[in-house]
Design a protein around this ligand. Structure first.
Ligand SMILES: NC(=O)c1ccc[n+]([C@@H]2O[C@H](COP(=O)([O-])OP(=O)(O)OC[C@H]3O[C@@H](n4cnc5c(N)ncnc54)[C@H](OP(=O)(O)O)[C@@H]3O)[C@@H](O)[C@H]2O)c1
Length: 254
């Protein structure tokens, strides 16, 4: 299993993280970049993607990446951030093509982008809101796997981390759509684990409880009692960097 106490050393890695504009994804991006790793990131907000690219401000020895209207990768940065909606299979497909052309096939993928329904009993959750949760949390992950796994399989290596939740392992009232999506992520991860060739691994990772916009949505003001994303990120980064193919199929917790 994972040696979560190591600092996560080793050679620099390329890490694809979805949902980098705020919360856990943003904090993890900054932490991994600070440790010298290259980030391929996405989320929907173009403004926040540009602001994060500016904040990364790390010099690079990598060649500049061809930009598209929705991509952000200045010639002084080795990182590649793009305004992508993971619900769009076509956008994810284009994103994977861009990443492959830039020779930045990820060593690690963190499927982090997610959303939660407003607290409500299932019969009060509008159909569109239920769809939004499933389309983002489950089908968004499937879109990333569909277009990025072949690139990893070709290289015969790669680690995939699917962000789960305590609510992917236990039930809770008023967040049934979210729970359903995260229980599905646990099942998806364990099933895909049986399909992967040697050298690759996929895990479901519960991040614990962290004070983000998502937590405030379901916990209200008591979200502020929990750890910040910045306190969480070093622990998560070390754990993720130390995952190996022996972890394939595991359900882990930061
Ligand atoms: N915080 C916790 O305590 C906690 C606990 C258990 C599990 N988790 C899981 O951890 C992950 C991160 O949660 P968080 O608390 O950091 O949430 P958050 O603060 O709401 O951030 C969610 C991120 O996902 C992005 N995103 C949402 N929909 C997207 C889409 N369709 N395409 C691309 N990006 C999208 C958002 O950016 P845009 O809006 O710009 O697209 C944002 O960057 C989620 O999977 C969540 O379920 C969190």
């Amino acid at each position: 299993m994972v040696a979560a106490t190591m600092a996560g050393g080793g050679p620099p890695k390329t890490v694809l993280i979805t949902g980098v504009s705020r919360g856990l994804g943003r904090a993890l991006t900054l932490e991994l970049a600070r440790r010298g790793h290259t980030i391929i990131g996405c989320s929907r907000s173009e403004d926040k993607i540009q602001a994060l690219q500016d904040e990364l401000q790390l010099p690079s020895d990598a060649p500049p990446v061809a930009s598209s209207s929705s991509s952000s990768s200045s010639s002084s940065s080795k990182h590649l951030l793009s305004a992508i909606d993971v619900r769009s299979d076509e956008s994810v497909k284009e994103f994977a093509k861009l990443v492959a052309q830039a020779k930045r096939v990820p060593d690690i993928i963190v499927n982090n982008a997610g959303t939660i329904n407003k607290n409500n009993k299932i019969w009060e959750v509008p159909g569109e809101e239920f769809d939004m949760v499933i389309d983002t949390n489950l089908k968004g992950v499937a879109n990333i796997l569909r277009h990025f796994l072949p690139l990893m399989i070709e290289r015969k290596k790669g680690i995939i981390v699917n962000m789960s939740s305590g609510w992917g392992r236990s039930p809770a009232a008023e967040v049934a759509p979210y729970c359903a999506s995260k229980w599905a992520i646990e099942g998806l991860s364990r099933s895909v684990a049986k399909e992967l060739p040697p050298g690759l691994a996929i895990v479901a990772l519960s991040p614990g409880v962290v004070n983000t916009e998502m937590l405030a949505s379901c916990f209200g003001s008591s979200a502020a009692l929990y750890q910040s994303p910045e306190a969480w990120a070093p622990k998560a980064a070390t754990m993720i960097l130390n995952l190996t193919e022996d972890d394939n199929g595991a359900s882990l917790t930061v």
